[in-house]
Design a binder for this molecule. Structure first.
Ligand code: NDP
Length: 336
């Protein structure tokens, strides 16, 4: 087998030198264990956090350890009564071709819901992040305006489409014309703006004539600064991610405007709530029921961005952090 390990911790943007490709002998499963072969590896922005050992909500990957990640796998051999050779499962096997797993966290994938790759995409962790963050925290109402950045990506694309299903106006922000065109014309957002446009703040104001009621925060930084003055009274801000800041390696000084911002939080009675998708684990059944129906009915569309082979994972991941992906970033590790 082959695997990618963390060779060293990055300072700022990760580089190829932070990763190492290793060969290993595929092991036999021990008592109660399952041997997996990976078909799809999901690459996700949170992995940047796992590469550093700063304070976070999860443990970092140790130097020399296999990079972690969600996967769609086939069971090759099983010493567990719950799983049989040939089963397709959702696992956390990491950046490698084969893995031993304890059966407890494995979940069989129902292929009738959609292509198996969607189990790490629109019908998996990113889709559920969009669903719970938007519906449980954002709570969009008919006629309200919802803004989301990284709008062509795995989470953002679902956020805007669910907002439309709920009768809201959806305004996306994405990097470049091709992504903005896709978000408007294919995904059906009402508008989409380029975050690299120097006039973003003015264009966002024009695109949100009634202000912003829900800002689904994926990015932080300059996008947030453009959004903040447009927030309406009682606006809700699910804080999902801050990808513009993940490569920063020095804590920024406390901003001078923090006091002014809190005055607005008070006077506009804003709700700002950070969340991790696992906080909403109890919503899984409703999520799967609604989302699979929306995908089947064409109300939620998704796009996958696939690179081939475990050796492509480091460069694909480095690209994901700066927008080289166009849709949900996947690595095809082995044949279906
Ligand atoms: P995406 O598929 O959206 O890929 C990441 C995208 O981020 C890039 O394609 C790029 O799109 C955009 N981006 C990168 N840098 C910047 C920047 N400086 N300014 C604006 N946009 C930028 O990834 P996901 O959908 O998987 O994740 C989206 C967000 O959701 C991330 O912040 C992630 O950490 C978060 N997340 C949080 C979870 C939680 O439990 N809280 C769970 C899952 C995801 P573009 O070309 O448009 O700039």
């Amino acid at each position: 087998g082959q695997r990618i390990v963390l060779a060293s911790r990055p300072t700022g943007e990760p580089t190829a030198a932070n990763f190492r490709l290793e060969e290993f002998d595929v092991p036999a499963p021990g008592e109660g264990q399952v041997l997996l072969r990976t078909i799809w590896l999901s690459l996700d922005p949170y992995m940047r956090g796992r590469m550093s050992d700063g304070p976070s909500y999860a443990q970092p990957v140790p130097v020399g350890g296999v990079m972690e990640g969600g996967t769609v796998c086939e069971v090759l051999d099983s010493n567990s009564p719950g799983f049989a050779k040939g089963d397709i499962v959702l696992a956390h096997a990491g950046w490698q071709t084969h893995a031993l797993a304890d059966p407890k966290p494995l979940r069989k994938i129902d292929p009738s819901l959609g292509p198996i790759s969607t189990a790490v995409g629109v019908l998996g962790m990113p889709g559920m992040t969009a669903y719970t963050g938007l519906l449980d925290i954002g709570q969009p109402k008919e006629g309200e305006t919802v803004v989301v950045a990284a709008a062509s990506g795995a989470v953002g694309s679902a956020v805007g489409q669910i907002a439309k299903i709920k009768g809201a106006r959806a305004v996306g922000i994405a990097g470049g014309k091709a992504k903005c065109d896709y978000v408007k014309n294919e995904l059906g957002f009402d508008d989409c703006l380029d975050h690299r446009d120097p006039d973003l703040a003015a264009k966002l104001k024009a695109a949100c004539p009634k202000g912003i009621d829900v800002y689904f925060e994926n990015v932080g930084g300059e996008v947030f600064e453009a959004v903040f003055p447009l927030l309406n009274a009682f606006a809700r801000i699910p804080v999902c991610g801050l990808i513009a800041q993940y490569n920063a390696f020095e804590a920024p000084p406390t901003p001078k405007w923090a006091g002014a911002m809190m005055r607005h939080v008070l006077t506009k009675r804003l709700t700002i709530r950070g969340f991790i998708v696992s906080d909403f684990a109890g919503r899984r059944q409703e999520f799967l029921r609604d989302m699979s129906e929306w995908v089947r009915d064409g109300k939620v569309k998704y796009r996958e961005f696939v690179t081939e082979g475990v050796e492509s994972a480091p460069s694909a991941f480095i690209g994901l952090l700066k927008g080289a992906n166009f849709g949900k970033q996947l690595v095809r590790i082995g044949p279906d």
